[in-house]
Design a binder for this molecule. Structure first.
Ligand SMILES: *Cc1c(COP(=O)(O)O)cnc(C)c1O
Length: 293
């Protein structure tokens, strides 16, 4: 999202997140709005959604457009309303790692007919049916192979969500007995994809996240600190604005993603959780040996 802002010569201004949703909210975003603000960019977190109705209200009150990165909330609802219908537009990815897999590519959803028409014209290299051209054309139509894969993925979607739910339930059940590791719960009042398995290492967890990841990796468990470090700490070649983001920075150190997806079965989940329990129970010896060399 920051790159998009920079491409159109705007300066991304990062705002603080909400400790509960792990996304921005109307209050944290309002603190960053000033006379230079051109638009609001919101990102839905990896589990559940940010408070999108509040952000829609904020955008309307300030007469600002709102674009949502809803990649991780595809299939989900917010207060019963389908994601994809909020703000001026929402964008989605069909990269192979996402819920709807088209190998690559993505799409936008909008309820604004004028914006839709403009985007449809742009995506065919800006060439209109009568041969006239419009500026900012781009070759952005999806090719048939990607589209076929995406359609196959759509057909499998209900079954995939059910497999995800089973995996999530297995993790939830087994992680319940590991002290210091808290699974981020999906809000089951809403429609959920159950796709990502995110855990928070609490103060009770005896190792740093870096040490925990290093042990998991050496045991070939592909756990990841997703989007770490926080985006505003990444070096960029363009200017950015970031105020006090201490909550973001502290929370960014506490989460990791555990393996999920089609190839992770109940045996894998049991193995991963027993490894975590082993790490917890032998934390002293492990830390000593890790930092010996
Ligand atoms: C994966 C992901 C993207 C990137 O999607 P691309 O199709 O690779 O551009 C953007 N935002 C979020 C939140 C993602 O998880």
């Amino acid at each position: 999202m920051a790159d998009i802002a920079a491409w159109v010569k705007l300066v991304p201004h990062y705002c603080e997140i909400d400790a509960h949703t792990l996304g921005i909210n109307a209050e944290t975003a309002a603190r960053c709005i000033n006379e230079n603000t051109a638009l609001l960019l919101a990102v839905h977190p990896i589990v559940n959604c940010c408070e999108i109705d509040g952000l829609v209200g904020l955008a309307e009150r300030n007469n600002l457009p709102l674009l949502v990165d809803a990649v991780e909330s595809v299939y989900e609802t917010y207060k019963g309303k389908k994601i994809g219908s909020f703000g001026n537009a929402e964008c989605f990815s069909m990269h192979a790692s996402k819920l709807i897999n088209g190998f690559e590519g993505g799409y936008l959803t909008t309820n604004d007919p004028d914006l839709a028409e403009k985007l449809i014209k742009m995506r065919s290299m800006g060439v209109l049916e009568d041969g006239r051209t419009i500026p900012h054309g781009i070759d952005a139509t999806m090719n048939d192979v990607h589209a076929a894969m995406a359609l196959a993925s759509l057909l499998d979607l209900p079954a995939q969500v059910e497999r995800n739910r089973m995996r999530y339930e297995a993790y939830k059940h087994m992680l319940g007995s590991v002290p210091g590791i808290n699974l981020l719960a999906f809000d089951e009042r809403e429609q959920c994809s159950y796709k990502n398995i995110v855990v928070r290492l609490s103060a009770e967890w005896p190792l740093s996240r870096a040490d925990t990841l290093s042990i998991l990796h050496s045991e070939r468990v592909i756990a990841r600190p997703y989007y770490s470090p926080a985006l505003h700490m990444k070096r960029t070649t363009y200017p950015t604005i970031a105020g006090d983001l201490s909550l973001t920075e502290s929370l960014a150190e506490q989460f990791m993603l555990l393996p999920c997806g089609y190839f992770v079965d109940d045996d894998d989940t049991a193995l991963i959780v027993s490894l975590l329990r082993f790490i917890h129970d032998h934390a002293d010896q492990i830390t000593r040996q890790l930092h010996q060399k």
